[in-house]
Write a protein that binds this ligand. Structure first.
Ligand code: FE2
Length: 246
């Protein structure tokens, strides 16, 4: 099976549409979503509608999905994130609000092939930024492969019997073959708000038979997304950061 792995879309319709039109030319069998469909951007309903149309789909919730749909109050959010979440909560249709509230908490196992989580498989709200966090997760779990999101940059952590290695991807289409005997934690990057200094939308396709994962970076109409954010009255830093990728 070829899995289309999507994460951290954050109501960015232009970025998601660019990814979905790009993958029309690719083969994929199932979409997998790692959470944070909404929050920050100006098109929450349009992005929820687009993801709901993906079939088949395996999806889990992110921390922003919880706050935007009213499952949590966002007391840990900074001012900008909370303001965007409350704006999103007011804009979501009743149907989309209900759909977001029904997203399951991670971790989940997809087709017995790999695990998925938003933050970490232990805590959906926790982050994996570097090898120490990755090592702690590897030690407390047993999955061979887990895709995760939340940190908004593409990265592959591999744990062999001897050492942990980090692959930070830079190429616009980075192809990597998973090795036998090595466990992996893989972030496909963020579609709607990349934070690795590269503003291009980031996502992955994983073939569980060939064991190749490819992380793609795709351009989209950033200026249009920024203008929508400003016109909606959302905080300006949410628009500014999109051009910088941080
Ligand atoms: Fe996120």
């Amino acid at each position: 099976m070829r899995y289309l792995i999507l994460s951290d879309i954050h109501s960015n319709r232009e970025a998601l549409s660019a990814v979905l039109s790009f993958v029309q030319r690719k083969r994929w069998d199932k979409a997998v979503f790692l959470g944070d469909l909404v929050g920050y951007g100006a098109n929450p309903n349009q992005t929820v509608d687009l993801v709901r149309q993906l079939k088949p789909l395996a999806a889990i919730r992110g921390n922003h999905d919880k706050v935007c749909s009213g499952i949590e109050d966002g007391e840990l959010f900074n001012r900008v994130a909370l303001e965007a979440a409350m704006w999103t909560r007011r804009k979501l249709t009743r149907t989309n609000l209900k759909w977001l509230r029904s997203l399951p908490e991670g971790p989940a196992v997809v087709d017995g092939a790999f695990a998925i989580s938003h933050g970490t498989p232990i805590d959906e709200d926790a982050s994996i930024f570097g090898e120490i966090e990755a090592l702690n997760v590897f030690r407390q779990t047993s999955f061979p492969v887990c895709f995760f999101g939340h940190s908004h940059f593409p990265v592959i952590f591999g744990l062999s019997p001897d050492a942990i290695t980090t692959v930070l991807t830079v190429a616009p289409a980075f192809r990597f073959k998973l090795k036998p005997g090595v466990r992996y934690l893989i972030n496909p990057g963020s579609i709607g708000q990349p934070r690795d200094g590269n503003p291009l939308a980031s996502f992955a396709i994983y073939n569980d038979k060939s064991k190749y994962v490819t992380i793609y970076r795709i351009p989209y109409r950033v200026y249009e997304t920024q203008q929508k954010i400003l016109r909606a009255g959302l905080p300006r830093p949410l628009a500014d950061r999109l051009a910088l990728g941080r």
